[in-house]
Design a binder for this molecule. Structure first.
Ligand SMILES: CC(C)(COP(=O)(O)OP(=O)(O)OC[C@H]1O[C@@H](n2cnc3c(N)ncnc32)[C@H](O)[C@@H]1OP(=O)(O)O)[C@@H](O)C(=O)NCCC(=O)NCCS
Length: 164
């Protein structure tokens, strides 16, 4: 049975591998170069220091996906809004793990007094847009050609979940 738990330092190599494969190697993330374990360690420590969650889904001792959120933007007026990420390793998709991770992340956000969650998704990532809609996110806008990767201009789609 897959379980969801807070990430630990020992998960950082697996998180790095998943992010490089599912994000950096595709347009799911606009990072252009593979990240190092040290880079992900610094990212993990930055989020942890800000009291932001990083969750992993684990099955039989292997972390197969992760989800996190951090500040949406840094000005004080955005303090109640977060931007999240979710990545599942390529061999483990479409098995409900992304939903499990996001439901846990949404519960944490609600419990921590977050008012709105924002996902910033590549406009061509129909799978992630459909996934977020299934979870209750609304498509809230499209910014044309604000990204460039693999020699193409990329549109970004914002999805939002607002807590009442
Ligand atoms: C997008 C992603 C996080 C979804 O996680 P997942 O574990 O594959 O998705 P789940 O199996 O939990 O699916 C949950 C729901 O989303 C829907 N969904 C998932 N992939 C879908 C697709 N390709 N097309 C349509 N709906 C999809 C499922 O139908 C499911 O709904 P259901 O339970 O009613 O059937 C995962 O596929 C992934 O990491 N993809 C590559 C990286 C990426 O795009 N990350 C997001 C960056 S914004």
């Amino acid at each position: 049975m897959p379980t969801i738990r807070p990430a630990q330092h020992a998960d950082i190599p697996a998180i790095t591998e998943i992010y490089n494969e599912a994000g950096v190697g595709t347009t799911a993330s606009y990072a252009l170069e593979p990240v190092s374990v040290a880079d992900r360690r610094a990212w993990f420590e930055r989020l942890s220091a800000g009291n932001f969650p990083v969750l992993v889904v684990e099955e039989e001792g292997i972390a197969t996906g992760f989800a996190s959120y951090g500040p949406f933007r840094h000005l004080g007026g955005y303090a109640h809004t977060v931007e999240h990420s979710v990545y599942i390793g390529s061999g483990y998709r479409a098995a409900g793990l992304g939903r499990m991770l996001m439901n846990a992340l949404i519960d944490i956000a609600r419990g921590n007094g977050v008012h709105a969650m924002v996902g910033v998704i590549d406009g061509g990532n129909a799978q992630s847009i459909a996934f977020h809609e299934k979870l209750g996110f609304e498509v809230s806008g499209r910014l044309p050609q604000v990204g460039r990767k693999f020699d193409r201009w990329l549109d970004v789609v914002f999805v939002t979940l607002v807590f009442s």
